[in-house]
Unconditional design. Structure first.
Length: 122
């Protein structure tokens, strides 16, 4: 199910991708963020292709949750699985979202993501 939702979300020509993004947001932020680990490569490779505002906001929130989990005091899958290249892809996309006209919620999630991932950068 996750694989189909992730693939559908990144089918940016299809407006159903917005609803797939909402479903992923709900799953990853309220239930099972660990279910995302196998899809980090696809997530980080395609996150910059999102073009609908209503799909960007859920992904900004997912990125914030990823960053929060990555910097959690508890040991978790994200600390082991998330690679620097994937973090760089998320940070690059987050900067793009932050400097372009986006809705306030997207900017709030994005600035928190940038702050957290910025903790490890010089």
């Amino acid at each position: 199910m996750f694989k189909d939702l992730v693939s559908l979300t990144f089918d940016v020509e299809n407006k159903v991708s917005i609803r797939a993004a909402w479903i992923l947001e709900r799953i990853y932020t309220h239930h099972d963020l660990d279910g995302m680990v196998p899809y980090f490569n696809e997530f980080s490779a395609h996150i910059s292709t999102l073009k609908f505002d209503n799909a960007i906001r859920p992904f900004a929130k997912i990125c914030e949750h990823l960053a929060t989990a990555f910097y959690s005091c508890k040991e978790n899958e994200f600390k082991k699985a998330l690679k620097n290249s994937q973090i760089d892809a998320i940070v690059t996309c987050a900067f793009d979202w932050f400097i372009t006209p986006q809705k306030i919620a997207t900017q709030v999630y994005t600035i928190h993501t940038l702050y957290l991932f910025g903790l490890q950068k010089d």
